[in-house]
Ligand binder design. Sequence first.
Ligand SMILES: Nc1ncnc2c1ncn2[C@@H]1O[C@H](COP(=O)(O)OP(=O)(O)O)[C@@H](O)[C@H]1O
Ligand SMILES: [Mg+2]
Length: 344
Amino acid sequence: MILLDNVSKYYKGDKKPALDEVNLHIQPKEFVFLVGPSGAGKSTLIKMLTREEKPSYGNIMVGGIDYRYMKKKHIPHLRRRIGVVFQDFKLLPNRTVYENVAFALEIVGVSNAEIKRTVPKVLELVGLSEQAHKFPGELSGGQRQRTAIARSMARQPKILIADEPTGNLDPENSWGIIKLLEEINNFGTTILVTTHDAEVVNQLKKRVVTLSDGKIIGDQKVGGHYDLDGSRSRIAKRSLGGPAPTTIQSQPHILTPQAQIITSTSVQTITAQPQTKPVATPASAAPAIKTAPKTQARTTVAKNPIKPAAKPSVSSGSAVLEQMKKAKAADAAKPVAKRRKFIH
Ligand SMILES: Nc1ncnc2c1ncn2[C@@H]1O[C@H](COP(=O)(O)OP(=O)(O)O)[C@@H](O)[C@H]1O
Ligand SMILES: [Mg+2]
């Protein structure tokens, strides 16, 4: 679950906020496009989630982690739960595709044996088994982005965030990357993608959240369209069709009862009030959202904002990868007409 509660961000020296009282609730396993013109605040929102930047006001919770109480030492835990992919790939140029993916596991202490088991599976899933020995400079843009996705997915994060992942790609490669993200989402990973690409957005008919001047001006829950003026299609000749979506404006307060229970070593329960400014809370306490009666959102206070985590290992992740691989193999055995489309 991703939750932004009245988040505003003022960069140093700026009078106008880059994010202006943003409320957003993304359920586990959703696929969400975050769209809007350049400067709308999309990357800022992503940086709030990855903790590259802190909100000036408001609060964020992701996968059980309450950002108000996050300390520097918690950031590595966060980065294991959230995979991030960028427009410019951010690959290590002097390492091969295999090594780029392996490195992401090495730095979180995964054993060599586990790395050897995991990396080939992830590369197969993104369709890069044949390119494992190549360096980023020897790959196409689409292959580089697949490598970046493989690197993010190797740790089996619950959430994958992609900031303009197709920004440097041609239309065909863009389409392949988006379909790959859709495939990863089908296996249960929450996906949040920022994009300018109206055609991709309009084709996929997913939830579309529109940002403009730091504000959420639209949240189309299903069948979303990119309908800002001046949006331009980059992928030509793909039919659109389908009914026009209903636009649902985001709600002003989102600490809703639907919020998932966040387990932790709770010590007491307090009630969260809708707020526009951060509530002063003892620094030693760490609230986390708890299921609450319909009329009231509640917050559970715990010692640590991070759920006592499963060991930061990919062994459980490997099981998931195994499952994904099996599903893919089973699919390949079906008659062509019945296959799900896997991207290579
Ligand atoms: N590090 C920064 N320092 C100061 N201002 C910034 C910084 N990053 C972004 N901004 C400003 O915040 C606003 C939103 O930018 P950004 O989040 O990058 O938008 P988008 O990703 O939608 O193009 C812009 O006005 C931009 O100039
Ligand atoms: Mg951006």
